[in-house]
Design a protein around this ligand. Structure first.
Ligand SMILES: [Zn+2]
Length: 162
């Protein structure tokens, strides 16, 4: 059993997948996963508790590059590489940085998203990340932001090795 980043099993009750679980936001932004009936939770700050389902916090098995890998274009890999280097970004910006036609980047983003190599990122998360970088809250601009998925990262590594 492998949990997604930011989740960790609480050592007090060490929940199993047959248990109902509850999360507790600890101070370092890690969510500790407790059994729902863990006695420590009754002493805990109730406002920090969050309901959890196993299905949402377990990582999927590591995907392997499959046949669709060969269908990717040089533009697709350039876009994936851009996200690997710069993280969250939106189509017009990627087009400007890579000097690629913006429609080509829009198409690539849509295709890569369909393939599960990129994912849309919620504006809330963007604000959080930008806030860390320049230490202030920025307003979300009306763009669709994308970031690399773990599958996208895997494809990119496979591409670099060839
Ligand atoms: Zn516990």
């Amino acid at each position: 059993m492998k949990l997604k980043e930011d989740y960790t099993l609480a050592s007090c009750c060490n929940p199993a997948q047959s248990d109902n679980i509850v999360g507790y936001y600890s101070h370092n932004n890690i969510i500790k996963v407790h059994r729902a009936d863990c006695s420590n939770l009754q002493k805990a700050d109730q406002t920090r508790l969050v309901s959890l389902e196993w299905a949402n916090i377990l990582t999927e098995d590591t995907p392997k590059p499959s046949e669709d890998f060969d269908g990717l274009t040089e533009t697709d890999f350039a876009v994936l590489l851009h996200h690997a280097n710069f993280g969250v970004d939106y189509s017009l910006k990627v087009a400007a940085v890579l000097h690629i036609d913006k429609q080509a980047v829009f198409d690539s983003h849509a295709r890569l998203r369909d393939m599960g190599l990129l994912e849309r990122v919620e504006p809330r998360i963007i604000q959080y990340r930008k806030g860390i970088v320049d230490n202030r809250w920025i307003k979300h601009r009306n763009h669709t932001y994308y970031d690399l998925t773990s599958k996208g990262r895997l494809y990119l590594e496979h591409y670099k090795e060839r």
